[in-house]
Design a protein. Structure first.
Length: 248
């Protein structure tokens, strides 16, 4: 095909992804707003309200980037006065984490509620049964081996722990999917070029969305990793989906 990244070998994917996010780290938050017309904020808010953290939630936010999910978690536990909660943000890219740390400081977060740890979703630097909640938002599709991501999620969760994933998915309506594809392939790389002065990372973004398994297929993969009560919910007609499961 004429889309460059599709020919990249599996073994090279991780390195490519690392570069992509190294290049976009500074512009990442602005570009999210531009490309999604701000809607990613609503999806993330909804994601955390679906998790509805209780007292004693020990969350691991994987591919946590610049902290969007972790910060919403912190806001939630403050608003609903949840006690004894903590979030660990992990990401393979230290540039993204550094942007997150600066944001967290500016937001005056209690340093005791959050920590940042560089790490690969496919080989998490944590012991078994460490957390009781696991989130990954717009990160799963960037990983090379989804099955490894899922088995690692299962390993680090305690029994009873919940897995939740927010990710781009596929629209149910084929005409809308076609329109959405036009927007993605034609408009997004152009905006990347115009605003962030980069084309390739945004072309990659669009392709990685296209290659990620659809709702049902992904649900099966989560079940194969051992999770129970696996379910998904489409948001915005299936542009994104939330998958959830429990380690029982
Ligand atoms: N979760 C954040 C959000 O919703 O704004 C960031 C999402 S960003 C689109 C994807 C993140 O996945 C990047 O920060 C990237 O560095 C990270 N990432 C890619 N591959 C990874 C891996 N194998 N392990 C951990 N993080 C990874």
């Amino acid at each position: 095909t004429h889309f460059g990244f599709e020919t990249v070998k599996e073994s090279e994917k991780q390195e490519k992804v690392l570069k992509v996010f190294e290049n976009v780290a500074e512009d990442y938050d602005i570009m999210n707003d531009v490309m999604s017309l701000g809607i990613h904020r609503l999806w993330k808010d909804y994601f955390i309200s679906s998790l509805s953290p209780t007292n004693n939630t020990k969350l691991l936010d994987v591919a946590g980037g610049t902290g969007d999910i972790a910060f919403r978690f912190i806001d939630y536990v403050k608003t609903y006065q949840r006690q004894n909660c903590h979030v660990t943000v992990t990401d393979i890219n230290s540039h993204m984490l550094n942007v997150g740390k600066i944001r967290s400081k500016a937001l005056n977060h209690d340093p005791g509620i959050i920590n940042w740890q560089e790490g690969n979703a496919e080989e998490l630097p944590f012991k078994d049964n460490t957390f009781n909640a696991y989130t990954i938002a717009f990160g799963a599709r960037n990983c090379t081996h989804i099955d490894k991501v899922l088995s690692e999620a299962y390993r680090v969760l305690q029994p009873g722990g919940r897995f939740m994933c927010l990710e781009f998915s596929q629209l149910e309506n084929t005409t809308l999917q076609w329109l959405y594809d036009q927007y993605s392939f034609q408009v997004i790389p152009v905006m990347g070029q115009l605003i962030a002065k980069q084309w390739k990372p945004y072309q990659y973004l669009v392709e990685s969305i296209r290659q990620f398994p659809n709702q049902e297929k992904y649900k099966n993969m989560i079940e194969e990793a051992g999770f129970r009560q696996v379910a998904f919910e489409n948001l915005t007609l299936g542009i994104v989906a939330i998958h959830s499961g429990f380690k029982l």
